[in-house]
Design a protein around this ligand. Structure first.
Ligand code: ADP
Length: 608
């Protein structure tokens, strides 16, 4: 009973492996029609060419060695045959080169492009929480990095299998037809190589595993030296480099030891494998020579059978390798499939269209990050209306950013609900909501695309977009700077692709973030106050601009510096995920609670 279940499980597992591999083949077919047919046809064609060449060579050599009287007709026949074989080989060579270097390479690019596009679209859809789930993230990054190369490897496995199957069939017929005893040598060669390969795989796997931690340590030092983020500190603390270099050296020392230990083992196995091969080849040659001397084989047979024994062994090994390869592909494809088939969970149920946002009600919401038990927000309630900016203040870790992520629809509350224009947010289409949200977080990103695209954050539609982008630059005080660049609004930002890329200071980047929300005219603004690293004058000006943008929208400010949000219609003081106090500046000061204490502390700091 138990054995049967094991057998069934194994069968199911094999079917699953096959189904995963076929899934990948279907994906390739979807991305590039005809590619699979070309690859398989190409493999079969090469394999047929090989056997044709073998048979023709055999015929030519046999004729040469047995013909006694060389008349003109026989000479011209043999010359024609030799030239014919050469022409055939030339034709095959050029066709093969053209197909593999041009057609297959081009198709590979198509598969790469289409596959990555599909992954990009999926990656943009999955919720933020997926990026925070370490396991999902690992699988996702593996899918992104390996997708196209793995897809082509799957196809390669199938095409090698097909061509090996044809090769084995035809070579087997040839050997059995002439000297079946040769199969003994084939069997010996296959057994030695296969057995040694199994040992090699095990040893290489162990070698990789043991190397990994040291390799990662060495890589870490390397990364610190070439990543821009670390460059500043590396120069400020020159002695610290000694700490890193020492770590690097000790990791490399360990790697050298491992190389020596495993190098000896690998040399032994490769040596044994090679020796088995040489002994087998010698035995085959002796056997064939003996048969030729005895007259039971002709010279052509001798040459062709010798080649065929080698070829048949290697083709059988290709077939034997197919199963472990399919298994390895299957593990990867599983991740790829899981990622592509993943259905986002956050706010996916609603189908209602959401009109222009007029009111947002946060009603008794509580929240835990997925996979964690700690409640980060607890029973939060407040209301936002157009033209009545609210502010959320509190210590680090109080839950302000988390609350903003919920307001942007990036997560769903664990309890309670958010209502938009009087109806549960979950009833609406998520994209209608997100489209109306404009966020300026402190950790927003600038991309290696043009200034105008960085402002619009979508493809530009025409002259009007450029005019609006200029207006936005004027508003946020960046017009002069961008205009002075040779390519103006079309200048590429960041130095990712070259030194001519636009490089903006922290304050200037903050202004650019303002330009983003200026052009988009979003209804719901979520504004994190500018980084405190800015000089006070720039900070004041940026905060001032933020207030201007807030005038006719639904706005929430997050702030640590209370003087920046004094004018808010309502201020919510958060403490450990709860709203501890609420009111406007005046009432909160009168209450003489947390807010008043924080305010006095900050102001007394300023005075000193
Ligand atoms: P604030 O913006 O007020 O500084 P946050 O909203 O960033 O506070 O963080 C509130 C709490 O939530 C902190 O205890 C933080 O550790 C936790 N937290 C923030 N982000 C995550 C996350 N992605 N996963 C789990 N916990 C998180």
């Amino acid at each position: 009973m138990n054995e049967k279940t094991m057998k069934e499980k194994k069968k199911e597992n094999n079917l699953h492996i096959l189904s995963n591999n076929l899934y990948m083949l279907r994906a390739i077919h979807r991305f590039c029609k005809g590619h699979i047919a070309i690859v398989l046809g190409f493999a079969l064609f090469s394999s047929i060419s090989n056997i044709v060449t073998l048979l023709l060579s055999r015929y030519i050599i046999n004729t040469l060695s047995t013909e006694q009287v060389w008349g003109k007709a026989q000479v011209s026949q043999i010359v024609c045959l030799i030239v014919g074989v050469a022409l055939y080989q030339l034709a095959v060579l050029w066709v093969e080169q053209y197909v593999s270097q041009v057609i297959l390479q081009k198709n590979t690019q198509v598969v790469y492009e289409r596959m990555q596009m599909e992954l990009f679209q999926k990656a943009a859809q999955v919720e933020l929480a997926c990026y925070e789930d370490a396991e999902f993230y690992n699988r996702f990054s593996m899918a992104m990095q390996q997708a196209d190369s793995r897809a082509l490897a799957v196809l390669n496995t199938f095409s090698s299998f097909l061509s090996a199957l044809f090769g084995v069939g035809s070579l087997l017929a040839l050997l059995v037809g002439i000297k079946p005893f040769l199969l003994v040598f084939v069997a010996f060669q296959v057994a030695v190589t296969f057995g040694m390969n199994l040992r090699l795989i095990r040893i290489q796997h162990r070698y990789m595993e043991e190397r990994m931690p040291y390799q990662r340590r060495a890589e870490y030092t390397k990364r610190v030296y070439y990543l821009q983020n670390y460059a500043k500190e590396m120069r400020l603390y020159p002695k610290f480099t000694q700490v890193l270099e020492e770590k690097f050296s000790s990791a490399v020392k360990k790697l050298k030891q491992l190389t020596e230990i495993y190098g000896k083992k690998l040399a032994g196995i490769y040596g044994l494998q090679g020796s088995g091969g040489i002994i087998n080849t010698t035995m085959t040659l002796l056997y064939l020579a003996f048969q030729t001397i005895r007259g039971s084989l002709r010279i052509g047979d001798f040459v062709v059978l010798n080649t065929s024994v080698g070829q048949l062994s290697s083709q059988i090994l290709v077939i034997l390798k197919t199963i472990p390869q399919l298994y390895e592909h299957s593990i990867y494809i599983e991740h790829f499939r899981e990622f592509l088939e993943y259905q986002p969970q956050v706010y996916q149920r609603g189908r209602e269209r959401l009109g222009k946002l007029e009111e947002v009600v946060v009603d008794q919401i509580s929240f835990c990050y997925p996979g964690t038990a700690a409640e980060v927000l607890h029973e939060i309630s407040f209301t936002m209306r157009r033209g009545e900016p609210v502010a959320v203040v509190g210590q680090n870790g109080a839950g302000k950013t988390t609350l903003m992520k919920l307001l942007a629809g990036l997560y769903e509350p664990t309890e309670g609900e958010i209502r938009l224009n009087g109806r549960a947010a979950a009833d609406y289409r998520l994209e209608d909501w997100r489209r109306q949200v404009g966020i300026v977080f402190q950790d927003y990103q600038i991309y290696a695309v043009s200034v105008a695209e960085n402002i619009w954050m979508r493809p530009l539609k025409g002259e009007e977009d450029l005019n609006m982008a200029e207006e936005a630059l004027k508003f946020c005080g960046l017009y002069e700077k961008i205009h002075s660049l040779p390519e103006g609004l079309h200048s590429i930002m960041t130095r990712e692709f070259g030194n001519e890329g636009v490089f903006l200071s922290g304050g200037e980047l903050q202004r650019l973030a303002l330009a983003r929300i200026y052009v988009r005219r979003d209804s719901l603004l979520i504004l994190d106050e500018p980084s405190s690293a800015l000089d006070p004058l720039a900070e004041r000006e940026i905060v001032q601009k933020m207030w201007e943008l807030a005038a006719d929208r639904l706005t929430v400010f997050i702030s640590h510096r209370l003087s920046n949000i004094q004018d808010a219609a309502r201020i919510y003081v958060m403490e450990q995920g709860r709203i501890a106090e609420a009111g406007n500046h005046k009432t909160l000061m009168e209450r003489n609670g947390i807010y008043a204490k924080m305010y006095r502390k900050q102001n007394s700091k300023k005075m000193t």
